[in-house]
Design a protein around this ligand. Structure first.
Ligand code: ADP
Length: 496
């Protein structure tokens, strides 16, 4: 591992940060919190303060909800083509500003600039995809089986939506909800994570500049997430709640949403297995492992959390993976050549320290890494552990860090049982050159997604989501817009 921790505050960084709005976006206007409260945004690579942004209280939350509610009827009546064109213009603007948006993201979240640029493009693609979906909302007309009546089926916007998003993909987790909502004709109140509000605030200005009417998108940053969001969810004017974050918070929100029976979409935690069979292409598997494990420093719900490798190739796999992990350059994401940034905060870093400590106490072996990096920032060394016993916490909890725990298996049945032995079901990765085995295993794995000979499943044109306690609903793909549409059926009496 090479470390290149740098210092914050170049002139360009300052200039770009100064261009980002710092208020709450309510009813088309940027405003301070009613209480005047602000909160600081920190650079996880240095601990330095990047910006101070408005910190909403419950009264601001209710003002945002009122603005979304008021704008709903007018926005639903806007021509689908016009809604699509707003998204298209926002897509173009994001791509034109990719360097600045990526810099803001790297500064507040830590990931290397190249990864931030990748996320800006990925995030923007949701707008392009849903700009195309806006004009394809359809319905149906049918004859009743007895021929005595007709059915007219229409799709209508679900109504005002509440979105709560995490810090790990500060733009994409927003656009994959905002894109389909705008395409469907729904207004929005969104609360980004308090660690990374700047990317969302910059996006808000892009959407206003793209012609989004006042009140359609309202952004409230709030450190008291529960205190501000619960009254909005329980109010009843919002008709849909979409959340991306931890399973624990998701369950709390589902309980709150039950009061007014809101439509809900939940993208919750994962515990992905990464299974390498003895008939896998080893080079492909190692390359896939690097992506599935190290994208976003391992801070992704899709991150490979548990590696199960066939006994006959486990030594070679661990050797090659450790070699690649050990060669990664760790440092501040703005520096040239850096491949691994800091974890988002002290809590995130300390959790990784605890999980690795627990695995070692249970008898695991460090192949490479195994420790946090000294100095400012929340860095953790890319790590490979072998001989990780089943009962280690690593096998049951999301690591959210650059640690690859490897266990061996002997039979396909054993690998499948281990992979499915979790309450989560977001994604699993499978490496095999056998078509029969690939299909057999894909059918039996309990997850909403499977990466087959690839370490990357996320794509705006595909349905992303989990089963079991990983969530409800799908984001992206042709089904992504359905989450924002209600089906209404008109029974028509007809004299034949
Ligand atoms: P993480 O542990 O990765 O930060 P969380 O599930 O805690 O994941 O956070 C995801 C999002 O949920 C963030 O925007 C956070 O502010 C928000 N959040 C956390 N707790 C609550 C809550 N009780 N009510 C509403 N939002 C919450």
């Amino acid at each position: 591992m090479t470390s290149t921790q740098g210092t914050a505050g170049s002139e360009r960084e300052r200039k770009v940060l100064d261009s980002v709005p710092t208020g709450l976006l309510i009813g088309g206007e940027w405003r301070p919190a009613t209480s005047g409260a602000t909160t600081k945004v920190e650079d996880p690579a240095t601990g330095e303060v990047l910006a101070e942004v408005a910190d909403a209280g419950p009264e601001d939350g209710m003002a945002a909800l009122a603005a979304a509610h008021e704008a709903q009827a007018g926005f639903a009546a806007m021509a689908p083509r016009e809604r699509g064109e707003i998204l298209r213009r926002a897509y173009e603007a994001m791509m034109a500003n990719v360097d600045d948006l990526a810099l803001v993201m790297t500064l507040e979240m830590g990931k290397p600039l190249a990864e931030s640029k990748g996320e800006v493009a990925y995030a923007a693609e949701f707008f392009r995809w849903f700009s195309e979906e806006a004009v394809r909302i359809d319905g149906g007309y049918a004859t009743a089986p007895n021929g005595q009546s007709r059915f007219l089926v229409m799709k209508q916007p679900v109504g005002p939506c509440v979105f709560i998003t995490p810090w790990n993909f500060p733009l994409a987790m927003g656009t994959r909800k905002i894109g389909p909502a705008i395409a469907a004709g729904c207004t929005v109140v969104i609360k980004p994570a308090h660690q990374t509000p700047l990317s969302m605030l910059a996006l808000g200005q892009i959407l206003l500049d793209a012609g989004l009417p006042a009140g359609v998108l309202n952004i409230i940053n709030a450190t008291d997430a529960g205190g501000v969001m619960e009254p909005i969810i329980r109010d009843g004017r919002a008709r849909k709640l979409s959340f991306t974050g931890s399973t624990g918070v998701g369950k709390t929100l589902l309980r709150q949403a039950s009061e007014k029976v809101l439509r809900t979409s939940m993208e919750l935690g994962g515990n992905a297995s990464f299974i390498v069979f003895d008939d896998a292409d080893l080079e492909k598997a190692v390359a896939g492992a690097m992506v599935a494990k190290m994208r976003n420093m391992g801070e992704a719900c899709t991150a490979a959390n548990r590696f199960y490798v066939h006994r006959s190739i486990s030594g070679a796999f661990a050797e090659k993976l450790a070699e690649k992990m050990g060669a990664l350059v760790v440092g501040r994401g703005t520096e040239d050549g850096v491949q691994v940034g800091p974890l988002v905060d002290a809590k995130g870093r300390d959790k990784v320290v605890d999980l690795v400590g627990d695995a070692l106490a249970h008898g695991a072996t460090v192949k490479v890494g195994g420790a946090p990096v000294d100095g400012p920032g929340y860095f953790y060394t890319p790590t490979v552990l072998t001989d990780v016993p089943k009962e280690s916490r690593l096998n049951h909890e999301e690591i959210f860090g650059p640690v690859a725990p490897i266990s061996v298996f002997d039979t396909e049945a054993e690998a499948l049982a281990a992979a499915n032995a979790t309450e989560f079901g977001l994604v699993n990765y499978v490496f095999t050159e056998s078509l029969d085995r690939a299909l057999r295993v894909a059918e039996k794995l309990e997850s909403g997604m499977i990466g087959l000979n690839t370490g990357l499943v996320s794509n705006p044109a595909a349905p992303f989501g989990g089963v079991k306690e990983s969530g409800l609903g799908r984001e992206g793909g042709s089904v992504g817009i359905d989450e924002f549409l209600e089906t209404k059926y008109v029974a028509i009496g007809i004299a034949i």
